[in-house]
Design a protein around this ligand. Sequence first.
Ligand SMILES: Cc1ncc(COP(=O)(O)O)c(C=O)c1O
Length: 386
Amino acid sequence: MATNESTGFNTRAIHAGQAFEPRTGAVVPPVHFSSTYAQDGIGGLRAGYEYGRGTNPTRDSLQEQLAALEGGTHAFSFSSGLAAEDSLIRALTRPGDHIVLGNDAYGGTYRLIARVLGDWGIGNTPVDMADLDAVRAAVAAHPTKLVWVETPSNPLMKISDIAAIAGIAHEAGALLVVDNTFASPYLQQPLALGADIVVHSTTKYIGGHSDVVGGAVVVADEDLAEKIGFVQFAVGAVSGPMDAFLTTRGLKTLGVRMDRHSTNAQAVAEWLLGRPEVERVLYPGLPDHPGHELARRQMKSFGGMVSVQFRGGEAVARKVAESTRVFTLAESLGGIESLMNYPSEMTHASVKGTELAVPVNLLRLSVGIEDAEDLIADLERAFSAL
Ligand SMILES: Cc1ncc(COP(=O)(O)O)c(C=O)c1O
């Protein structure tokens, strides 16, 4: 079935890049494991396929699906979210260039930019992306090539104004990158809001089942696509065929999963708000969240991630994290099963002691699609054991 931008999101998710196999009519396209392709005479390629690092039909299907869902023209699939980030940064920056990023960006993103790419001459300035004057000043202070926004951010759930920051970046001749991992393309479409590049850890909501690690970059510009495509091919951090297939399969149900993640997370956030043990609930779906109105404008609903800070400090946060039974204590997020994370010692341990350090009384909940009553009962049990 042909899909285009006027087709609904879920129809695109199921059909873009997923034409049935013409010889047998197999409705699910086969997974192509071959690393190489027979040539009809030297240079006689069939449909352009030559070698698996460069092109693979299963990866192409996923890339077409990703581009269709983000409203881009080209998507590139990688072996992890950080591999995607690394390839995109190396494609678009040179020594002496600068990146302005959110001061609560994912710890691994900061580690990559500061501790790997920093040694190759890429500078960085972390800034509060909710403070547009601070963003403007940071961009003006250096030869800024990329502005890097995560919204909602991990794990502080800050909401940044994509359209406004795109304006600031473009005025300064910089490109805006949005890490859309927390929202997913179902809830938020950064390219339509003015961003130049979307990056994902597809490990999270896009894959959706905690069974595959991957990353993606999506653009709507030929020149950017050529540069990123070249690095994808020349460096080779591509997704393998089985990973690409699992990601495609997960992506087909993104819309229904995200609706349910959002409903469950709203219920959990509202329950947490009424508890005496809780100091603060960070969820953009709550009316008193500082980014609530902006999130309403820029997102379809508020997503499945909730962070919570405890009055009793670190000890209480740790005890809750280790007491739940339905929420599993584990890194990562965005799968159908609920996960509990203590960022300070787990996902964000690499930024401890830096400006990006996460409060020690904070837990991050990836609210899954189980029954909301069971999730709340699980938290209630853990709270009553304090
Ligand atoms: C917001 C965000 N971006 C990027 C990444 C990196 O992705 P990956 O773990 O697939 O390399 C993560 C991983 O947790 C993340 O949460």
